[in-house]
Design a protein around this ligand. Structure first.
Ligand code: HEM
Length: 410
């Protein structure tokens, strides 16, 4: 795999996203920029030159600065791909809104993701994890199997579908469609067909809830928001779709990265096997160390703002590199060491963003990961890769870090 030079020119901005040097490690440019140019310009695929912010302190300021907007229709909003630029023309959901619309729409579904709601879901998450692992164990330890297909993909899919209110008998079909949509090996046509299938499915579910009320998330949206006329049926479909797709690939990848990271650190794996209650600490460190969703935190200035002595003009884009902030030694000593015994305030970790748009499902995601890693190596203590660690195939180096397949034996 080609390694990119870490040299950072000041005259012509470097191309962005930077490439990961190998495996799951973040691009080496970040460390150099943190030292030399914490706020600098980068060049995107469309020739635009937004600012890149790489230090923890600046990132938290950017992500709480009300003069910076999340509205993708505003000129200058940094889009990472042509597909993203197209998608930005669609009617937004709360992820792409500013106050007060953002809070208004987010609060319609937020209670489903509160700590209380997630704690109440723990038995269900545990049962989902146990059932899938028992099915794997029942196959016997002979031939390798793909952990992604049998475990990492179904766990988060089954949980979010349960929250939305998808009937059990449709879970496998929808999981398959969601996988086609986000799996890099599908063609653009296949991915867009899968997108339409999911949207049509959710539209029919909204219609069903209009006829037959239920207490699930879609049923509640219909009862409390659609029927009184606060949002349209189509808005409800889009919100459900956002919740279905926003964290799915990220969750799958974080499970895969967790498995690989533990196998890369056998002493820490042993610690976790001996004391599964360390799983939450492991998950906090995992979500600091690896950034499953590194390109989400982008904004555009609505007026001239000054950061680090640089004037960012109204209409200029800003990318907050949370991945880099999580490796900032000012907040996380020895940041490039993976250490599940590390102690830090999870609020300082930027893997789920920061400020008003911080991931709505952070508690759910961490609880699912905690249950996964407290259980996986208890049920399958001999689980290991069926290929050498350095043959694990990661997503392309300029894309979000991901692992599409994980052949394992146990
Ligand atoms: C390990 C798993 C996950 C990671 C690393 C992750 C990461 C993130 C990040 C970085 C943001 C911030 C975006 C920004 O500031 O612009 C975000 C927002 C969001 N995430 Fe997650 N996420 C995960 C799981 C999930 C899951 C499971 C769901 C769905 C149930 C979800 C739904 C959302 C939504 C709806 C937003 C937008 C929040 C808002 O704008 O108010 N995420 N996530």
């Amino acid at each position: 795999m080609a390694t990119k030079s870490a040299s950072v020119k000041t005259t012509s901005p470097p191309d962005f996203p930077f490439a990961r040097p190998s495996g799951a490690e973040p691009a080496i440019e970040y460390a150099k920029l943190r030292e030399e140019q914490p706020i600098s310009r980068v060049k995107l695929w469309d020739g635009s030159e937004p600012y890149l912010v790489v230090n923890h302190k600046d990132i938290t300021q950017v992500l709480t600065d009300s003069r910076l907007s999340k509205q993708r229709q505003r000129a200058g909003f940094p889009e990472m791909t042509p597909g993203g630029k197209e998608a930005a023309k669609n009617k937004p959901t709360f992820v792409d809104m500013d106050p007060p619309d953002h809070e208004r729409q987010r609060s319609m579904v937020e209670s489903y993701f509160s700590k209380t709601s997630v704690d109440a879901m723990r038995p269900k998450i545990q049962k989902t994890v146990d059932t899938l692992l028992d099915q794997i164990a029942a196959k016997g330890s002979g031939a390798p199997l793909d952990l992604v297909e049998k475990f990492s993909l179904p766990v988060p899919s089954f949980i979010i579908y349960g929250i939305l209110g998808v009937p059990l008998h449709d879970l496998d079909f929808l999981t398959q469609q969601a996988a086609i949509r986000s799996n890099g090996s599908a063609t653009a046509t296949e991915a867009s067909q899968a997108n339409s299938v999911l949207l049509d499915y959710l539209a029919s579910l909204v219609d069903k809830r209009v006829q037959h009320p239920e207490e699930d998330l879609i049923g509640t949206l219909v009862k409390e928001q659609v029927k009184p006329g606060h949002i349209t049926k189509d808005d409800a479909v889009q919100i459900a779709f956002l919740l279905l797709v926003a964290g799915n690939a990220t969750m799958v990848n974080m499970i895969n990265l967790g498995v690989v990271t533990l196998l890369q650190h056998p002493k820490q794996l042993q610690d976790l096997k001996s004391d599964p209650s360390l799983a939450r600490k492991f998950v906090e460190e995992l979500c600091r160390f690896h950034q499953g969703s590194a390109m989400a935190t982008r904004r555009v200035a609505t007026c001239d703002v000054t950061y680090g002595g640089k004037v960012i003009k109204a209409g200029e884009g800003i990318i907050a590199a949370c991945q880099s902030g999580n490796r900032d030694s000012a907040v996380f000593p020895k940041p490039d060491e993976f250490n599940l015994h590390r102690t830090f305030d999870p609020k300082d970790s930027l893997g789920f963003g920061y400020g008003a748009h911080r991931c709505i499902a952070e508690e759910l995601a961490k609880t699912e990961l905690e249950i996964v890693f407290a259980t996986l190596f208890q049920k399958l203590p001999n689980l290991t890769l069926a290929i050498p660690l350095d043959e694990v195939e990661y997503s392309p180096p300029t894309k979000d870090i991901g692992i599409a397949q994980l052949p394992v034996i146990f």
